[in-house]
Ligand binder design. Structure first.
Ligand SMILES: *Cc1c(COP(=O)(O)O)cnc(C)c1O
Length: 357
């Protein structure tokens, strides 16, 4: 039976990505060797890194003066690398969930942190509005998509200070105005590649200004100068990322991805709003994520949660259990997820409603 993969991360990759990676595991670029066993300094592998960085620049229209890096340590390592490298004295953070809170915790090691607003009062089911970012901070950090709660800021905020964003779960889901940012980071395992690589897009001008001594591996400049080859990079994950990027380009680029994502999300949110058995976790339509769609049983129907999970499973629908801090269900509808899988979930919701009427 066809499986419909709604896992939040690691998560669905395109068939193209998986097939090309499988081929390269057998033989890579005509070398007679596997991509698992070839030097990262071979000319064939250097070409992979170069092409992946170039395609990211092309697809996201990254302006001059920015570097694309492939690092390790996940988005979680960026929580400390960002303030280590970019904070002189003070930074502002928007608290929209567990990931944002973890970033805030690390920032406290390096200076003053202004939490400009938080949506914790409602278990992070909305994006705070009308907050003020102080003019004297070194940067403003936000999480563009809150993977656990299904909220998203699908725009580049207008503030008078440089932006830094954790885009782990929605990078490549929409065009981005990169020039507003000093730095963007994203763990790759949600919308790009298998786990093991973290994408960073950084403005070179923003570096070497913190006045701090930074250990070599935690210094972005090390990786800028070495073009992500200071030490052994996660070769297979980068190879897979390149395949996904090629697939994005062939599908029409990021604007086409955005169009598809909005269409997929609409089909599912429309059914959640219509179906008497379910309701959306995020009430405000403008805050709803197109990448992680969270819903719960309607009031009084909570006892049926396990039944719906079982029905979904019987239809090959996998990975829709909600995060433990929200409960209910979460359908992650990343770029590689086809509309057909969303339709299968909607059909299961309709069948469930009919069975229980
Ligand atoms: C998954 C996720 C993280 C954590 O990523 P790791 O690569 O596991 O460190 C951080 N931020 C967001 C928004 C995420 O979705």
């Amino acid at each position: 039976m066809k499986k419909h993969n709604f896992y939040a991360g690691p998560s669905i990759l395109s068939d193209f990505t998986i097939q090309e990676t499988a081929k390269a595991i057998h033989e890579f670029a005509g070398t007679g060797l596997s991509v698992l066993e070839i030097s990262h300094r071979s000319k064939e592998f250097i070409a992979v890194v170069d092409e992946a960085a170039a395609l990211i620049k092309e697809l996201l229209e990254v302006p001059e003066g920015y570097d694309v890096l492939f690092l390790q340590g996940g988005a979680s390592m960026q929580f400390c690398m960002v303030p280590y490298n970019l904070m002189k004295t003070k930074a502002a953070y928007l608290n929209t969930g567990v990931w944002a809170s973890k970033a805030i915790k690390e920032a406290h090691f390096f200076g003053e942190v202004v939490e400009v607003a938080s949506s914790k009062d409602k278990n992070y089911n909305y994006i705070p509005k009308n907050y003020k970012v102080p003019a004297d901070v070194d940067y403003f950090h936000f999480t563009s998509n809150n993977t656990i709660y299904g909220t998203q800021m699908s725009f580049d905020p207008d503030v008078d200070v440089p932006l830094v964003a954790d885009m782990s779960s929605d990078i490549f889901s929409r065009p981005i105005d990169i020039q507003k940012y000093d730095l963007i980071y994203a763990g790759a395992q949600k919308n790009l590649a298998p786990s093991g690589v973290t994408l960073v897009i950084v403005k070179r001008e923003a570096l070497n200004k913190s006045g701090r001594k930074i250990p070599t591996m935690l210094n972005y400049m090390t990786h800028v100068e070495a073009e992500s080859m200071f030490n052994t990079p996660p070769c297979v994950a980068i190879f897979s990322a390149l395949q996904t990027l090629k697939w994005y380009k062939q599908r029409g680029g990021i604007a086409a991805m955005q169009k598809d994502n909005i269409a997929k999300a609409k089909v599912l949110y429309d059914e959640i709003d219509r179906n008497k058995f379910f309701r959306a976790v995020v009430p405000a339509v403008e805050d709803r994520s197109v990448m992680n769609i969270c819903f719960i049983m309607s009031e009084g129907k909570e006892a049926l949660e396990a039944d719906f999970l079982a029905l979904a499973k019987s239809k090959g629908i996998l990975g829709i259990a909600g995060h433990r801090s929200v409960g209910g269900f979460r359908a992650s509808t990343y770029n590689a997820l086809p509309l057909e899988s969303v339709q299968a979930l909607v059909d299961a919701m309709k069948e469930f409603e009919k069975n229980h009427e």
